[in-house]
Write a protein of this length. Sequence first.
Length: 162
Amino acid sequence: MRAAIITSSDSGYAGQREDVSGPVIQKILEQHGYEVVHQILLPDDREMLAKEMARIADEGIADLLLTTGGTGFSPRDCMPEATADITERVVPGIPEAIRAYSMTITPRAMLSRAAAGIRKSTLIINLPGSPKAVRESLEYIMPALGHGLAILLGKASDCARK
């Protein structure tokens, strides 16, 4: 499966801060057999983020698009809104599961505004901004993602567990 990563960070985009979460996502994806075909760092700009997510989905660049950053309470955090702007179907269970699991680690998990959705044949998932939270969240959801993507891409049709 092909994957893309978008990091949302004003300071990273300005070259004032290194993107450490994007590489964590890439490493985990590659360990699970995903091919990372696109990775980009953008500012916390709703229109730019939405445009890039839509482009990735519309051009069929990736089956899975993971974002990191921009899901908190900062006035510039806009990743969930950008995601909502371009998704055709919402997938609330994924961010709900991440928050529920993360609450077992830190009560601050309740502050996440992350979202997930589908556009065309691309599953888009917002992950937290910190490398630690990215690792915990992504490793938690990875076992279920393969099946969901297989259904989305028409490679599987039976949701019953065997």
